[in-house]
Write a protein that binds this ligand. Structure first.
Ligand code: GUN
Length: 290
């Protein structure tokens, strides 16, 4: 029997709805809306689309959206000056600087300049450190969204074998921390892992975040496993089409035949990221207001 499809799109819509209700309540009590500032430097088309979607979702959730679209030629100093202004602005609860930044700007320097209590992306070393030692802080949106999908489906994760493929600061490492905090037994695999298929076959929970189209095959998956696919890869276009299909890091069609449950791409993890960003912004607003 084919595994269940985990509907991240529907889950994210419900979360956005809940956050919207709570954000309206915040606005009524605080006398102002929770505010999210999103900064985009340059004109990367994918980033333009992401930033536009974040702005719309923020407004729809009864929050204020402050968009700053700066030209590619913006200097690091100018960007740091904007971050400093946003840090000091009491109507701004969350700050997100869209990555990647142009090559002439030091990403780490910009992330380090964001007030950790407004760092709704959870990328600042202070928040990475808080997560590592179990203090409350902001957790990166994508892994936190994956965690919500996992606990919704599985409940208690204690003792389960979890394998995370990928070790990025944005997904792999925080994902592993969250799973560990939930008492899973965690393995972090990556491009240099020996016998990757063998490692993955032990997973009750698999989180794939490597960025390689359909790398994980059906025969890597333990029967009944819960599979969370973070990858978003565009295949080469079919003849006659101008855009290739979007696929994950897992070969969905065949993997679904073995897995107990699996997220699709698109419509799985992707929509969770913005929903969690809104949730983090509302949390920031409560902390900053209180
Ligand atoms: N670029 C792609 N995803 C993200 C994200 O979640 N946050 C930021 N800041 N930039 C991104």
């Amino acid at each position: 029997m084919a595994g269940e499809i985990i509907d991240g799109k529907a889950f994210a819509a419900q979360l956005r709805e809940k956050v919207g209700v709570l954000a309206a309540d915040f606005a009524a009590k605080a006398g102002r809306k929770a505010g999210l500032a999103v900064v985009l430097v340059g004109d990367d088309p994918a980033s333009q689309v992401y930033v536009g979607s974040k702005g719309k979702a923020t407004l729809a959730a009864n929050m204020a959206s402050f968009e700053h679209r700066l030209p590619e030629s913006t200097s690091e100093g100018e960007l740091l000056a904007l971050v400093a202004r946003l840090n000091a602005d009491s109507t701004v609860d969350g700050i997100l600087v869209q990555l990647p930044l142009p090559a002439h700007i030091d990403e780490q320097a910009v992330i380090a300049a964001i007030d950790p209590n407004k760092d709704v992306d959870g990328f600042h070393v202070t928040n990475a450190g808080r997560l590592a030692v179990g203090q409350s802080g902001f957790v990166p949106c994508t892994p936190l969204g994956c965690m919500m999908l996992l606990t919704d489906r599985l409940g208690d994760l204690s003792g389960l074998n979890a394998v995370v493929i990928g070790r990025s600061n944005i997904v792999g490492k925080p994902m592993a921390q969250l799973l560990l905090d939930a008492n899973a037994t965690v393995t972090i695999a990556h491009s240099r892992t020996k016998d990757l298929a063998e490692v993955v076959r032990r997973a009750d929970i698999l989180v794939a975040a490597v960025g390689r189209a359909e790398m994980v095959r059906a025969d890597w998956i333990k029967p009944g496993a819960t599979v969370i696919d973070v990858g978003i890869n565009r295949l080469a276009p079919e003849p006659g089409a101008n855009k290739g299909r979007l696929v994950g890091d897992v070969a969905f069609g065949e993997a679904r035949e073995v897995a107990g449950a699996i997220t699709p791409v698109p419509g799985g993890v992707g929509p969770m990221t913005i929903a969690v960003l809104l949730r983090n912004t509302l949390v920031a607003a409560h902390r900053n207001a209180g």
